[in-house]
Ligand binder design. Sequence first.
Ligand SMILES: *Cc1c(COP(=O)(O)O)cnc(C)c1O
Length: 464
Amino acid sequence: MSQSSQFISTRGGAPQAGFADVLLAGLAPDGGLYMPAAWPQFSASQIAAFAGQRYQDVAFAILSRFVGDSFTAAELKEDIEAAYAGFTNPQIAPLSAMTGNRYLLELFHGPTFAFKDIALQILGRLFSRALTRRGGRATIVAATSGDTGSAAIAALGGLPNIEVFVLHPKGRVSEVQRRQMTTSGHANVHNIALEGSFDDAQSIVKGLFAEKEFAGEVGLTAVNSINFVRIAAQSVYYFTATAALGKPATFIVPTGNFGDIFAGEAAERMGLGAVRLVIATNANDIMARALNEGVYEAGAAYHTISPSMDIQVASNFERALFEASGRDAGWTRAAMESFARDKRLVLPPLILSELRSRYDARSSDDEDTLSTINAIAGTSGRVIDPHTAVAVNALRKFGFREEPMVVLSTAHPAKFADAVINATGAPPPMPEELQRVLDLPEQLEILPNNLALIRQFISSRLAG
Ligand SMILES: *Cc1c(COP(=O)(O)O)cnc(C)c1O
């Protein structure tokens, strides 16, 4: 088995694990995040050769370097093909030109019209395969600020031996996002509208995992962006975009939980050779403050028009800290423990300069975001969603450079019709598939921000 098919925890207190264990567990047992023991390497000529290949074949070339003996090549191929069969664009993640050397990398052609489909459609299939092989059953709990929930439901709804519980902050996701989650009609899908913020939902999920006896009994697992398999699957489009452009690019990434942009760092560590990775945040700017001021500190949670980025703690940042520290698990553990205690972490100068050698960060408020949607519609006739607009505005603030500037376009504008109407005065074009969910009956439970009550609700649903 190759070394890169083994995984270690960022906190150093968990035994090495194989790909299937990492896939099924999500979080490492010591509270850390799984990382490959060594990054697989791709040479410049291997990357150049991705140009013109099918997206699915590039995904196979990359993912096959992580799976070890957990899946055969034929199994992995089959799941990758099935994962992308439902995408409405045959290129899966097409690059489209804006003006000059600026591009949008369109990541919203999957079944729920946001980029999370790209990873979750694969993850769900591999997950079900691994679970069936072990004869187990799983209870998946996910906290969502909007898009993860519907993407998880689209990927896992109707699968045997899996129950899915999705917590979203009540009233803080768009109507289309909520309806995409609550209208699936699958008996194994349970939606909870939590009376609290996304961070409250995320703490409840963490709290459920901390209740070891309950977690063990129900086979609790996560598909949140901390699952390494998502990072690996998301690294693929950094390669396809670079290969298509034929030269290194700067990527500007709308950032919440730091999963999508960390997939860029993962690609870098596999040999990508990007120029810069630019973190684009909304008013929930913990990552921009961390990079620009050197202090990683949770602040108040703002409800913005780019709700999938409304978070205060960027869980995957732990991975970047682990790497920036030279993979010092002892330091990473102490840093994350002190952050958990104080909600504040001063980044040591060496770590900060290592992070800055790769990342820049810019934040935008709602006003910037609306005016960006309006400006782009005015100049090009193209309607972009508010998350994409946060990144387009970050690009404007960062400045235009020589190299190709690639903005990750993470959602279809129709998912955020209210923001688009506010910005341009006109509704975005509505794909048929999204129109349909507006008429279906909804199923959801409104519950208070209370760990014990949520646990009881899950137990009673599992028993029934
Ligand atoms: C989840 C999401 C993001 C943020 O991605 P992270 O991996 O959490 O940083 C950005 N845009 C959209 C539309 C999303 O759904």
